[in-house]
Design a binder for this molecule. Structure first.
Ligand code: ATP
Length: 567
């Protein structure tokens, strides 16, 4: 069977390390493989993306657009604790439900989710043909395990199907997969599933371990790692929340959790915000911050880490307006990701099928990016979910504090005043929930542009809004008064653009090497001071994307950059 092709993500990972975007967390001690540190350029890129979100959601919500009600979208910010009262996570369902069944291979020490698919191999038609020889065994295997493939889950590719199935274990019990062609057994309890991509000829094979066998007869199931029977433990529940203890005594009463999402901090403060600010429904509350999940299989660089940052909005509205707001947010969020440079076929909006929805959700869609490791499929960047009144109702029940709203603009008209009498209701919620680290990763992957005509062999084509370095100023040689002229221009640019990103200056190395370094850092414009600058006060600007060079008067540089950086 063909192995998956070497992933282009390796190139991105190596450039990210080389240029100081992303480092393995705690690298000098061997790293953790589950979390990542951002270097100088990465920290700046991440800040720029977070700021872009904050500006377009909190400062000027939806670019000043009007919502479906005809009024400007209203959003207020919030900043809540990572460690909350643990009852929050009981009410939200995370204590009881945020569990994955885990299995260990006692020999190889590998751990995996019992309900997870264990591998995905994208194969060629020839591989598939070779596999056909095993068809008969497939049928026998199927009968043995009483597995009936059901073709209900629609996905654009096997890897997308894989992500979908990983996201919602229900989908693989009992193997509701894309278009299932055949399944085969590679031993008791291990099932291979062949699926066909929609619109593509290639075929993938997914290997999974059948849950019922693991629960009932773990000793007879072959390990997908060592291939041996009896090497696997029975599944054990594993809560994805990190926990700690408050105070000196460590027992159940002092157990606290690190938040697995920022959303709950918003719901539990709904009443505070309504009572203390002048918000009126419809309105949203937004916050960014760290979330922690003890992911069983952190993987794919920063895509699935144990510590990551979210950017979440909870938008509260009346039930009758909720679908219109859902559509509004879904479309705006898609447009927003495009506006910061993720475009074309690499970005898709995927509306969930009704049988994929959580029980409380009336509609959900994912904004997905084609990461090199998911290609030809896609991985989730942001989920936009219509959550009904589920969260506020849960917290009302558990806290006994009524989280509802009195809407003075609704209800029957009072004949005496000719004004609405008001209506009390629990608002419905639209939740656009984005991953900041996944956003940064998508931007890194999208920006990575191989180019053999350059010394660096590659350049990072960042959208100017998120580019960590906005401009660089280079004296052509480190003498003849050129460094002084460069310093002056550099100081001017730092003053004007420094709060948007880094402004570099560098007098050493050949100009070619300096350009190459800036290409890898994704700096959109380099200004070079040379002998002619002294004579006529002009500089050369080099454009990153097409390496074009042009001269302009020194005094035009600020205005040029203002326009070019779209500030
Ligand atoms: P997934 O199915 O990929 O685990 P999810 O559906 O559980 O994601 P949500 O709970 O909806 O994710 O969280 C919202 C966003 O947070 C996701 O769209 C993603 O961008 C980000 N996110 C979730 N888990 C992680 C993680 N382990 N590492 C990095 N980002 C994450």
């Amino acid at each position: 069977m063909a192995k998956p092709p070497p992933s282009a993500v390796d190139n991105v990972v190596s450039l990210a390390k080389r240029r100081g975007f992303v480092y393995p967390c705690g690298e000098i001690y061997g790293g953790t493989r589950s979390a990542w540190d951002y270097g100088p350029l990465g920290a700046m890129l991440k800040k720029n993306l977070r700021d872009a979100w904050w500006d377009d959601i909190v400062m000027l919500p939806c670019w000043g657009r009007k919502g479906p009600d005809g009024d400007k979208v209203s959003i207020v910010p919030l900043d809540t604790c990572i460690i909350q009262n643990p009852k929050v996570w009981v009410a939200s369902g995370h204590v009881g439900g945020f569990n994955d069944p885990m299995v260990d291979d006692k020999e190889t020490k590998q751990r995996f989710r019992a309900d997870h698919l264990q591998g995905f191999y994208a194969g060629t038609k020839e591989d598939f043909a070779a596999m056909d020889a095993a068809d008969e065994a497939v049928e026998r295997g199927l009968a043995k395990f009483n597995v009936r493939p059901v073709a209900t889950l629609i996905a654009n590719s096997p890897s997308e199907a894989l992500e979908l199935m990983q996201r919602d274990p229900k989908l693989i019990k009992p193997f509701k997969i894309v278009r299932v062609y055949q399944t085969s057994s590679a031993g008791p309890g291990t099932i291979s599933v062949k699926v066909e991509e929609r619109g593509h000829a290639s075929i993938g094979i997914i290997k999974a371990v059948e849950m019922s066998m693991l629960v009932n007869e773990p000793e007879s199931v072959l390990s997908p790692f060592s291939g041996k029977a009896g090497a696997l433990t029975a599944p054990r529940q594993f809560n994805l929340m990190f926990y700690s203890y408050t105070g000196a005594v460590h027992d159940e009463a002092t157990k606290v959790y690190l938040r697995p999402e920022t959303a709950q901090g918003i719901f539990i403060n709904f009443k505070n915000v309504v009572d203390t600010s002048r918000v009126r429904i419809p309105f949203g509350i937004a916050q960014t911050g760290k979330a922690f999940r003890n992911e069983v299989t952190p993987r794919n660089f920063t895509f699935r880490s144990r510590e990551f940052e979210q950017m979440e909005i909870e938008f509260f509205c009346h039930e009758s307006d909720a679908m219109a707001w859902y559509t509004f947010w879904r479309d705006f969020r898609m447009e927003w990701w495009k506006s910061i440079g993720l475009a074309g076929d690499n970005l898709i909006l995927r509306e969930h099928d009704t049988d994929e929805l959580a029980h409380y959700s009336k509609a959900t869609s994912d904004i997905e990016y084609r990461f090199p490791f998911t290609a030809p499929g896609y991985g989730e960047l942001e989920g936009v979910a219509y959550r009904g009144a589920f969260d506020l109702t849960q917290h009302t029940e558990h806290s006994k504090v009524k989280l509802d709203y009195f809407d003075t603009e609704r209800g029957p008209i009072n004949p005496k005043t000719n004004l609405p009498a008001g209506e009390r209701y629990t608002p419905h919620v639209i939740e656009p929930s984005a991953g900041l680290d996944r956003g940064v990763l998508a931007i890194l992957c999208e920006a990575y542009t191989p180019d053999t005509t350059r010394a660096s062999g590659v350049f990072m084509k960042f959208h100017p809004r998120v580019a960590p370095i906005k401009a660089a100023v280079f004296p052509l040689v480190n003498k003849d008064g050129l460094p002084e002229l460069a310093d002056r221009l550099h100081a001017d640019l730092v003053k004007r653009f420094g709060r948007y990103g880094l402004i570099e200056t560098d007098a050493k190395q050949s100009i070619g090497k300096r350009y190459a370094r800036m290409d890898e850092a994704g700096c959109p414009f380099c200004f070079t001071i040379d002998g002619q600058t002294r004579e006529d006060g002009t500089v050369t600007v080099r454009h990153r994307d097409d390496q074009r060079q042009e001269r302009m008067p020194l005094e035009d540089v600020v205005v040029f950059l203002e326009r070019a950086l779209q500030l």
